[in-house]
Design a protein around this ligand. Structure first.
Ligand SMILES: *Cc1c(COP(=O)(O)O)cnc(C)c1O
Length: 355
């Protein structure tokens, strides 16, 4: 199908909740917009894509998503500029990644035009929900789950694809202390760590609760083999600055290929900031901390953009990171958000107009 020919029908709500929302005090991801996009896979194809009023859905208790966790998601945002223009940021990367996740979980891939036209139609329909205050945006959550029924442990024959939106303030507030994980693993070689599969996150909750009980906010995931190398920061990619070099782990089976991560790498390259994409050992981190070369650590992801790390814990000891006047974290956060909110030039064509 040609991208421009697919028309997504819109059924408008008669009961808008827009006037009931306090936009000056938005929690992350708790308020939903008036509409959602929905599309179903059955009889071997994705059918009936449409935008409808946001509503509860009814599922059979034996829907396979409940039993076998066959579900994947994406996370992206829409931004409103000072003139009312509405933008997405590299949405085709999310479209591709959703299908990479789909393939790994034996979920039928979604045609590009259904994803892109569904997304644009929904964001346009709910554009009044995009907050304008600094740091706020419309969080967009595309997800697919096995709605087909049966207790047999095999892929379902029906799936539901929904895109829901949530006007949101910033994701993390305050300082983030992280604990380097020595026992649990987020992902393994040959596993599903590179997919945004629901179970990956369920598996993170308990180790994160243990870290929180110890006074940290997040876990730094290490390799599943010997917990020697740092891999991700919670549900974010991880960056480390040693001296003036910016380091991040290479993507793999175990590490999610983040859009924010690759945008930071591209900007760093264009600005001649020395960058190394390679394995980072916990030992290297400890040594750099000891000799004063460890200047920064931060996580990167759509929700928070960049989340600076103020301290890390390892083997029962907490190590503080310096407070920098000119951090890479603040620099790249500004560079990326200036592009996202149409406040700066967009040298790599990352902005995608909605209206
Ligand atoms: C979504 C996600 C990221 C960040 O990806 P972005 O595309 O930058 O939002 C990093 N790690 C994990 C585990 C994730 O789920």
């Amino acid at each position: 199908m040609d991208l421009s020919t697919l028309q997504i029908p819109v059924q408008k709500t008669t009961d808008s909740q827009l006037a009931n929302v306090d936009f000056s005090n938005l929690p992350f991801g708790k308020v939903n917009t008036d509409h959602m996009f929905i599309c179903t896979f059955k009889d071997g194809s994705w059918q009936d894509p449409k935008v409808v009023p946001y509503q509860a859905i009814s599922l059979d208790p034996s829907a396979k998503v409940f039993h076998y966790g066959q579900t994947i998601f994406e996370g992206m945002k829409a931004y409103k500029d000072s003139k009312g223009g509405v933008w997405l940021f590299r949405p085709e990367e999310n479209q591709k990644r959703l299908n990479i996740s789909a393939k790994r979980l034996a979920i039928p891939e979604v045609p590009k035009d259904i994803f892109m036209e569904g997304l644009k139609t929904l964001v346009e329909t709910d554009h009044e929900w995009i907050p304008r205050t600094e740091g706020s945006s419309l969080y967009i959550r595309p997800f697919i789950f096995a709605s087909g029924r049966g207790f047999h442990a095999s892929p379902a024959d029906e799936y539901t694809f929904i895109i829901a939106c949530s006007p949101s303030g910033s994701y993390f507030a305050g300082k983030v202390g992280v604990r380097i994980e020595e026992t649990y693993s987020r992902a393994a070689n040959g596993g599903v760590g590179y997919a945004k599969a629901g179970g990956n996150y369920a598996g993170q909750f308990y180790p994160t609760q243990l870290a929180v009980a110890d006074g940290y906010q997040q876990v730094i995931w290490t390799d599943d083999n010997a917990h020697e190398y740092i891999e991700e920061a919670g549900a974010m990619n991880i960056f480390v600055r040693i001296g003036d070099t910016l380091l991040t782990s290479p993507t793999s089976d175990r590490i999610l290929d983040g859009v924010t991560r690759k945008s930071i790498l591209k900007l760093a390259e264009a600005e001649n900031i020395p960058t190394e994409v390679r394995k980072i050992s916990v030992q290297e981190l400890l040594e750099a901390q000891k000799n004063g070369a460890l200047k920064e650590m931060f996580g990167s992801g759509t929700a928070a953009v960049i989340s600076p790390i103020s301290s890390f814990g390892y083997k029962g000891q907490r190590y503080e990171l310096p407070q920098l006047e000119e951090s890479y974290a603040a620099h790249f956060k500004k560079r990326i958000t200036d592009i996202q909110y149409n406040r700066a030039e967009d040298p790599f064509d990352w902005r995608y107009p909605v209206k």
